[in-house]
Ligand binder design. Structure first.
Ligand SMILES: [Zn+2]
Length: 249
């Protein structure tokens, strides 16, 4: 079999799952806040979208980033979710052999969900995150001791900040992402993921403040940085740690 064919199939599968996420994220948010709106509708005119409006990326380009019915602008976040899911699925496929790659696909799905949910609503939803913590505990590659110490470090890091700042710096949702990091990565890589997350977070936050897109008193979601740090650690954690250790010697 042509070796590029599975890669194309995984990329398309990622687009489909990403498209599913664009429906799932607002749906879960609306259900949690008690207002149920049906699926696959335009968020403005509520018109039910047809199959031709729901092709990942392509519909967005053909319809020129607008709803076909009311011409209201559709946010760039929708194709961004679809494309990033496709890219992450492809990297997962290229990084891990079968069957581990199925485990990492499920974890990636939960992480991408958490990234965009927090970005959009400044909240963490447990519906996908808690099952992914259980999955990481049961099937994750680390041994139990490393998982439990990892959870103590990942969750404890945010718990201490909540106690010191009385909940102003970080939220309870960040404790749950810390728990996932610990269960998934084990204790050494949890520390690496936290450091990477905070380095990226600082750079982006300074950028946002400098460009006046955010102000000092405005909340910047931490979840997307933690997810990014976790992804980088999953895919290149060992390389980065080795590189860092080589710098010290
Ligand atoms: Zn519309």
């Amino acid at each position: 079999m042509n070796s590029t064919l599975p890669i194309i199939l995984i990329f398309v599968l990622g687009l489909v799952f990403g498209s599913f996420l664009t429906v799932l994220i607002p749906r879960i948010h609306d259900e949690e806040s008690g207002m149920f709106i049906g699926r696959s509708h335009c968020p403005w005119c509520k018109k039910t979208l047809r199959a031709r409006d729901l092709i990942p990326i392509i519909s967005y380009i053909i319809n020129k980033a607008k709803c076909r019915f009311c011409k209201e602008k559709i946010g760039i976040i929708y194709p961004a979710i679809e494309l990033s899911t496709a890219i992450i699925f492809t990297i997962t496929y290229l990084t891990f052999p079968y069957p581990q790659f199925l485990f990492y696909l499920a974890i990636s799905f939960a992480l991408i969900f958490t990234f965009f949910y927090d970005l959009k609503y400044l909240e963490i939803s447990d519906i996908i995150l808690i099952p992914s913590i259980i999955l990481a505990l049961l099937l994750g590659p680390e041994d139990w001791k490393s998982k439990l110490i990892g959870i103590a470090i990942g969750a404890g890091f945010f718990l201490i900040q909540i106690i010191i700042s009385k909940g102003k710096w970080v939220g309870m949702g960040d404790i749950r992402i810390g728990t996932l990091m610990g269960a998934l990565l084990g204790w050494q890589m949890t520390i690496a993921a936290l450091v990477i997350s905070y380095v990226i977070g600082s750079i982006i936050s300074i950028g946002l403040l400098a460009s006046k897109k955010k102000h000092l008193n405005q909340q910047i979601a931490l979840g997307p940085f933690l997810v990014t740090g976790t992804f980088i650690t999953i895919f290149m954690g060992e390389k980065i740690v080795n590189w860092y250790l080589n710098l010290l010697i």
